[in-house]
Write a protein that binds this ligand. Structure first.
Ligand SMILES: NC(=O)c1ccc[n+]([C@@H]2O[C@H](COP(=O)([O-])OP(=O)(O)OC[C@H]3O[C@@H](n4cnc5c(N)ncnc54)[C@H](O)[C@@H]3O)[C@@H](O)[C@H]2O)c1
Length: 333
């Protein structure tokens, strides 16, 4: 099969590409390199550096493609409150362009990577039947993309699946980005001998998925018939931890003497966020293979091998005021 992965230089896109290459599929992918790392792109991928919002380019690239995985996004939930233009451009505009280009090329199936940010302030654990209540431009953008996908697929008849990941962890995640990836940021800081920063009191809770657990489900989503038109949470739901506990586990794995720096909470940050994986268990026989400690251990190995790095403030803050975290406005990381 010919599989197209947008955002193939990114964390999730590159691992998915590896999996489909292992299965002998023809993998084509694009990335505009606003995030990710160029050396994430597996050698056997036919790579094109281009932007998903360029509809005519996407229309040309998607000729003869059977399946599209749209993973490209500026996946910045906290930052989206302060840089909504750049974030939603690479979420909503990019998704609509990819959906339209896919339909016009008669692509068989479109898999959209959404986010649990779609659930916002719903009660945990989040289940797929809940009405989304996103709390920030990132979550609103993801849910808007889902609505666009459903609407256009129903009119024009393309199979689609909405995959909803948790916070994913693992090798190849960008760890020099000050705006996202809490576990990577903490590891990068502790490896530099610096105390991690925690927003709020650190009692907010999250669930983390190891990348291979997500790739297993995303691969199945491509072929099974019982998932068409469905929204499916992906990733484990067994270990629900506070950000304080996350810092403690990382410090323990690194034998680091932990004394975090606490900063004011970020606006619109949801306190409790974890998704039920029951639907994935039922439809796709999902089983978690990696514990949180194992996943963090793999991530530490990766960052140690490449070496800790200085943080790069590579995206502009569009709105700077007294609500903007000082870690960003004053470049404190
Ligand atoms: N990593 C997580 O914890 C997580 C959790 C929930 C949902 N997701 C979703 O999964 C997907 C992948 O996330 P990730 O962690 O791999 O992010 P990532 O930043 O590592 O990868 C995304 C890639 O998309 C590229 N990109 C962004 N805008 C683009 C555009 N307009 N055209 C072409 N390329 C573009 C970036 O350069 C980057 O390489 C995203 O849609 C994200 O919202 C991720």
């Amino acid at each position: 099969m010919k599989i197209f992965i947008s955002g193939v230089a990114g964390f999730l896109g590159s691992h998915l590409a590896d999996r489909f290459i292992e299965r002998n599929h023809h993998v084509v992918g694009c990335d505009n390199l606003i995030g990710g790392y160029m050396d994430n792109v597996p050698n056997d991928v036919e790579f094109i550096q281009s932007d998903c919002t360029d509809f005519y380019k996407m229309k040309e690239l998607l000729k003869g493609v059977d399946i599209v995985y749209h993973t490209a996004a500026t996946a910045y939930e906290g930052l989206s409150v302060f840089s909504p233009h750049i974030v939603t451009r690479n979420i909503v505009d990019s998704a609509v362009s990819m959906i339209s280009a896919s339909i016009s090329n008669k692509v068989e199936r479109f898999v959209l990577c959404s986010s649990m940010a779609r659930y916002g302030t719903n009660e945990v654990p989040f289940t797929e039947d809940m009405t989304p209540k996103p709390q920030d431009p990132y979550g609103i953008g993801k849910y808007t993309s889902e609505l666009m996908l459903k609407n256009l697929c129903e009119v024009h008849g393309m199979d689609y699946v909405v995959a909803v990941p948790h916070n994913i962890i693992g090798p190849r995640q960008k760890y020099d980005d000050p705006y996202r990836n809490v576990a990577s940021i903490m590891i990068n800081m502790m490896l530099q001998g610096r105390q991690p920063v925690i927003y709020g009191d650190g009692k907010q809770k999250r669930c983390f998925s190891f990348i291979q657990d997500d790739v297993d489900i995303l691969e199945k989503i491509c072929f099974e018939n019982n998932v068409v038109g469905e929204v499916i949470n992906i990733g484990p739901d067994e270990e629900f931890v506070t950000i304080n506990e996350l810092a403690e586990i990382i410090a323990d794995l690194l034998s680091f003497d932990l004394n975090p720096t606490y900063m004011p909470g970020r606006p619109q940050e949801v306190f409790l966020a974890n998704c039920s994986a029951n639907k994935a268990r039922k439809l796709l026989d999902y089983k978690t293979k990696y514990s949180l400690r194992e996943g963090l251990g793999e991530m530490i190995k990766y960052i140690k091998d490449r070496g800790p790095k200085e943080f790069k403030y590579h995206l502009d803050l569009e709105i700077v005021n007294d609500k903007t975290p000082k870690t960003w406005s004053e470049k404190l990381f």
